[in-house]
Ligand binder design. Structure first.
Ligand SMILES: [Zn+2]
Length: 128
């Protein structure tokens, strides 16, 4: 099983906005670390948590692909890049994906995120 590359995931950031300040995330390299609920990435045996750290001023907000509604473990947008010709892994099923163009959905998602953030000292530990 071959999964989309990190650079393929980075293309998903095109036109997307920082979840905190609204800065354009286009072209920002994705950061990643091992995470059981993350995404499959080519070259890594375990799933990775993928996020872009905002580059505007001191924002530095970490917008994960989850906050941008990209389904795990492989977003529908990248599923055509998967090569199932090697290995006998069970094909990955994409359960759902959302558009992030709906202002009401974004507002609702942000409200929930803020609820979770309040009272927590380390926003890095929040899973959305
Ligand atoms: Zn920002």
């Amino acid at each position: 099983m071959r999964y989309p590359k990190l650079s393929d995931y980075e293309k998903l950031l095109s036109g997307k906005k920082c979840f905190d300040c609204g800065n354009d995330l286009t072209g920002i390299p994705l950061s990643h670390y091992k995470h059981p609920e993350g995404w499959h990435v080519d070259g890594f045996t375990e799933k990775r948590w993928l996020y872009a750290s905002c580059t505007k001023g001191r924002c530095c907000y970490q917008t994960s692909l989850a906050k941008l509604y990209f389904a795990r473990p492989v977003p529908e947008e990248l599923s055509h890049l998967m090569d199932e010709s090697e290995g006998d892994d069970t094909p990955v099923k994409v359960t759902h994906s959302f558009t992030n163009d709906d202002p009401e959905l974004i507002a609702e998602f942000k409200r929930k995120a803020l609820e979770r953030i309040s009272g927590l000292m380390n926003p890095d530990k929040i899973r959305l």
